[in-house]
Design a protein around this ligand. Structure first.
Ligand code: MN3
Length: 203
């Protein structure tokens, strides 16, 4: 069963002005579609074709770079669309993930500062993550390229509950070189209900 490109859960222009419609259309319809097609080509007629994406990523060091790059790209963007919403933003103080954020980072503002720094200082292309570790505690990390914390090659492994794409293709049309402005806008569209769902499921 081949992996499928999921529909965006909202219209291309739904996240404006934080993320523009043209960027969303190309990002979903070209980039994410490309990762999906290339992943399917890379696993075709191999035992990986019957595995879940999570299982593939957990042993990614044993697979080809095509599986690592496109499997990561497939999973990461599936998560990324879901953790944003036109009704997003605000803070998660009334959710259990909000309590866990306070516990791990001191306050929502401290979390925001640390997550933003991880996203801003990732050199070149990659992602910033909020993830659950094996002990059920939240941590922030960043990964290069299309790597993620589910991969056995990650510096710090865990279950991602929030991710931010900081490849230039995610923001360049609207923000050009102003990655910090894009990061700051991302907080206006975070779907905390979805992040909380992933947090509850991952505990
Ligand atoms: Mn991307």
């Amino acid at each position: 069963m081949a992996f499928q490109l999921p529909d965006l859960p909202y219209a291309f222009d739904a996240l404006e002005p934080n993320i523009d419609a043209k960027t969303m259309e190309i990002h979903h319809g070209k980039h994410h579609a490309g990762y999906t097609n290339n992943l399917n080509a890379a696993i075709a007629d191999s035992p990986l074709a019957d595995q879940s994406i999570e299982d593939i990523l957990a042993n990614v060091s044993q697979h080809s770079m095509a599986v690592r790059n496109n499997g990561g790209g497939y999973f990461n963007h599936c998560l990324f669309w879901e953790v944003m919403s036109p009704n997003g933003g605000g803070n998660p103080d009334n959710l259990s993930v909000g309590a866990a954020i306070k516990d791990a980072f001191g306050s929502y503002d401290d979390f925001k500062k640390e997550f933003s720094a991880a996203a801003a200082t990732r050199f070149g292309s990659g992602w910033a993550w909020l993830s659950l570790d094996g002990a059920g505690k939240l941590f922030i990390s960043s990964t290069p390229n299309q790597d993620n914390p589910l991969m056995d090659v990650a510096d710090k492994k865990g279950t991602p509950v929030l991710g931010l794409d900081v490849w230039e293709h995610a923001y360049y049309l609207n923000y050009q070189n102003r990655r910090p402005d894009y990061i700051s806008s991302f907080f206006n569209v975070i779907n905390w209900e979805e992040v909380n769902k992933r947090f509850e499921a991952g505990k």
